[in-house]
Design a protein around this ligand. Structure first.
Ligand SMILES: [Ca+2]
Ligand SMILES: [Ca+2]
Length: 387
C-alpha cells in the first residue's frame, strides 16, 4: 500500500467519524444546553450484612459497607455505527457500515462516606463514622474518546466529559444506645429496659438472657425519611408505633430478620393469590417508655415484649383497606382462622429457613389499644413460640 492509497481511506474514515460524532453530539449537547442533569434509571439492590435489599434507603452501622449493584435499564451502546459509507477497498472490503469503538472511562463520586467501584456496575459505599441520615447522590462521570483509531484522527475528536446524576439514596447510619446511660438516645426518651440478668426473671428469660439484651442500634426516623422504602414492601415509618407529640423525630430499633420475615409473609400471601402490597403494622418498635404509655391506656404487654427489641410487630393483612383483617381462608368469615392462616405461613417459613420466632393470633380486641379485628403478632426471637 503506497502513501496516497493510505491517505484517501483515512479521509473517508475521518468523514465517517465526524458523521458518527454528529449522531452522538445531540445527546451530549442537550445535557449541556439545558443545564439539566440527565438521569439514568437504575434498578438498585444493596447487600448489607449478607442480605440483599432493593430500594432507595438503607440501614447501616457507622463504618459499615454497603454494596450497591447498579443495573442499567437502558443500554447505552458502547459502539457507534456509521452507515452507508463506502471505503476504498484497499483498506476495507466494501463495507456497508463501520464499527467504531468508544472508550469510556467511568468515575464515581459521592458527597458523604467513601465510594469505591468494585466493578463496572458494582460499588462499595462505606458509611461515615458519624451516625445520621445521609442523602447521598451517586454521580457517574464518563470520559469518552475513541480507541482503535490512529492518533491523527483521535486528535481531531477530543474526549468528552459528561457528568450525570445516577441515583439518590437515603443512608440511615444508626446510633448506638447505651443502656447504662440516662435512657436517652439523641436526646430522645427511650426509657429503661428491664433487667434480663435479674434473679426474678421468668425461667424462659433466664434460659436465654442474651436475647433480651437491649438493642444497641437505633435508626433516627424523621418525617423526611419516614416514607422511604427500606425493603420491597415496607417503608421505614411503618415500624414507628407512635410519635412523641412534641418531637420532630423518633428512634426505633429494627432487626433486619423481622423485615426479612415480613417480606417473606407478603411474598407467600401473593403466591397464594392475595394481592397484598404490604402488611398493616399497628405496632412496630416500642420503646420501654412507649410501652408504659400504652399500659396507661390499658394496653397489655409482657415485661419483655419482643417489640421493645425491634424484632416484633403486630399487624393485620388488609389488602382491601377496610381496616379489618381480610378473609384470607375465603370462608366468608373474618375471624381468628384468618389470623391462623398467617400463623401457618409463618410455620412453613420457619421450617424452610430454620429461622424461628414467636407468633400470636388474636380474634379481636384484647385491650383498648388493639384493633377490633383479628390480628397477628410476629417476632424473630430465635426460638419457636406460639400463643
Ligand atoms: Ca380488610
Ligand atoms: Ca375467613
Amino acid at each position: 500500500m503506497n502513501e496516497a492509497q493510505t491517505k484517501r481511506p483515512m479521509r473517508w474514515l475521518a468523514a465517517a467519524l465526524i458523521a458518527a460524532m454528529a449522531a452522538v453530539w445531540p445527546w451530549t449537547h442537550a445535557t449541556a444546553a439545558t443545564g439539566m442533569t440527565q438521569v439514568t434509571q437504575f434498578r438498585t439492590t444493596a447487600e448489607i450484612g449478607g442480605m440483599t435489599f432493593e430500594g432507595r434507603a438503607f440501614v447501616l452501622k457507622p463504618g459499615q459497607e454497603a454494596h450497591l449493584m447498579a443495573v442499567k435499564e437502558t443500554d447505552e451502546g458502547a459502539s457507534l455505527t456509521a452507515e452507508g459509507l463506502t471505503f476504498n477497498p484497499i483498506t476495507i472490503d466494501k463495507p456497508e457500515s463501520i464499527q467504531l469503538s468508544v472508550l469510556t472511562k467511568t468515575h464515581w463520586q459521592v458527597q458523604t462516606g467513601k465510594i469505591t467501584a468494585l466493578g463496572e456496575r458494582e460499588l462499595k459505599w462505606v458509611a461515615p463514622d458519624r451516625p445520621g441520615n445521609y442523602e447521598i447522590e451517586l454521580t457517574q462521570t464518563h470520559t469518552q474518546g475513541f480507541e482503535n483509531l490512529s492518533m491523527s484522527l483521535q486528535s481531531k475528536l477530543p474526549a468528552t466529559t459528561n457528568e450525570r446524576a445516577i441515583a439518590r439514596y437515603t443512608m440511615l447510619v444508626m446510633q448506638q444506645f447505651d443502656r447504662d446511660g440516662n435512657g436517652l438516645i439523641g436526646g430522645f426518651p427511650i426509657g429503661v429496659y428491664p433487667n434480663e440478668d435479674g434473679e426474678n426473671v421468668k425461667p424462659y428469660i433466664a434460659a436465654r438472657r442474651e436475647k433480651y439484651h437491649p438493642p444497641k442500634w437505633f435508626i433516627c426516623v424523621t418525617p423526611e425519611v419516614s416514607n422511604q422504602k427500606i425493603s420491597p414492601h415496607f417503608r421505614l415509618g411503618q415500624f414507628v408505633t407512635e410519635w412523641e407529640s412534641n418531637r420532630p423525630d423518633t428512634y426505633i430499633a429494627l432487626d433486619m430478620r423481622l423485615l426479612e420475615r415480613l417480606e417473606e409473609i407478603v411474598v407467600e400471601l401473593n403466591k397464594a393469590g392475595h394481592k397484598v402490597e404490604t402488611l398493616k403494622i399497628f405496632r412496630g418498635y416500642m420503646s420501654p417508655n412507649l410501652v408504659q404509655r400504652f399500659r396507661r391506656r390499658g394496653g397489655e404487654f409482657t415485661d419483655f415484649t419482643r417489640q421493645m427489641y425491634g424484632d416484633g410487630a403486630a399487624f393485620i393483612v388488609d389488602a382491601d383497606n377496610d381496616g379489618k383483617m381480610d378473609d384470607l381462608n375465603k370462608d366468608d368469615k373474618i375471624d381468628k382462622a384468618d389470623a391462623e392462616y398467617v400463623e401457618q405461613i409463618c410455620t412453613r417459613l420457619e421450617r424452610a429457613s430454620g429461622k424461628y420466632g414467636g407468633v400470636g393470633v388474636y380474634s379481636g380486641r384484647t385491650d383498648p389499644t388493639t384493633p377490633e379485628t383479628p390480628w397477628v403478632e410476629v417476632d424473630m426471637r430465635g426460638n419457636r413460640e406460639r400463643w
